[in-house]
Design a protein around this ligand. Structure first.
Ligand code: NAI
Length: 259
């Protein structure tokens, strides 16, 4: 522990699993208190129990769906009252929605944008007033390499992730002079429950896992804890001149034009 977030408070959406849970682990280890927000209350509760066992009273759970703007605003208000303030917002909640475009239902199109894009906006809109008043705030959106490159068969997920990077840039510029930074991280394939569920849905998961490893220049998948270290840096004062930008972390894969 190096206390890089000493005395800071962070609200993390999608904190029950994968990347969000790993960010909660890292932030608490670095001295932060965290509001764990997820629609999976039981999962978030397990994360909180683990964190509080090692560092008492550092984590608290709020069950919420990020598509519900009113609920998210209420959660942000409660978390601000509980912790005294919110310094950091991490938008980690996300879902894979992959379909052949002509077969995509209207409901799935809306769900994809509602969770992966609007969900982040709801949380940002809720934290902004207090951050502007304080003249201080760091926001990190978990985007994706799908926000930069197109992988056939993954529509409409990249539409939402491109939008999330646009949201990052526009709000980062909008509030820069007020001490608020907005950045995003674009991970490549990271070993999380969501990635494992995608692999398990394929005809031959082990063959696809091996293929994915092979096309990565580093010959391995990423780890959620590695994304957490990037989030730690971007959410800390160490990154105070980094704003309105996106950090791709995919082991170098997106730099390959073709073999
Ligand atoms: P995960 O499925 O392990 O965790 C996502 C969490 O978000 C879950 O706890 C889930 O309950 C929560 N969540 C989903 N929809 C929600 C909603 N409407 N309201 C509140 N909570 C909700 O997934 P993973 O892999 O950790 O993904 C986290 C983020 O990272 C997502 O935004 C995803 O798009 C992004 N990402 C993941 C990559 C990967 O390879 N795993 C690669 C690039 C980006």
């Amino acid at each position: 522990m190096t206390d890089r977030l000493h005395d800071k408070t962070a609200l993390i959406t999608g904190a029950a699993s994968g990347i969000g849970a790993a960010i909660a682990d890292r932030f608490v280890a670095e001295g932060a208190r965290v509001a764990l927000v997820d629609r999976n209350e039981a999962g978030a509760g397990e994360v909180a129990a683990r964190l509080n066992a090692a560092h008492p009273d550092r984590a608290r759970v709020w069950a919420a769906d990020v598509t519900d703007a009113e609920r998210i605003a209420a959660v942000v208000a409660e978390a601000q009252a509980h912790f005294g303030r919110l310094d950091i917002l991490i938008n980690g909640a996300g879902v894979n929605v992959f379909a052949e475009p002509t077969e995509l239902s209207a409901a799935d199109w809306r769900r994809c944008l509602a969770v992966n894009l609007e969900g982040a906006w709801h949380a940002i809109q809720a934290v902004l007033p207090a951050m502007r008043k304080a003249g201080y705030g760091h926001i990190v959106n978990i985007a994706s390499v799908h926000g930069h490159r197109i992988i056939p068969g993954a529509f409409p997920y990249p539409v939402a992730k491109h939008g999330l990077i646009g949201l990052t840039r526009s709000l980062g510029v909008q509030y820069a002079a007020e001490g608020i930074r907005v950045n995003s991280i674009s991970p490549g394939l990271i070993r999380t429950p969501a990635a494992e569920a995608w692999l398990a849905s394929l005809a031959d998961p082990e063959a696809e896992r091996a293929r994915q490893r092979e096309i990565l220049p580093c010959k391995r998948l990423g780890e959620a804890s590695e994304v957490a270290y990037a989030a730690l840096f971007l959410a800390s004062d160490e990154a105070r001149f980094i704003n309105a930008t996106d950090l791709t972390m995919d082991g170098g894969r997106s730099q390959i034009y073709h073999d």
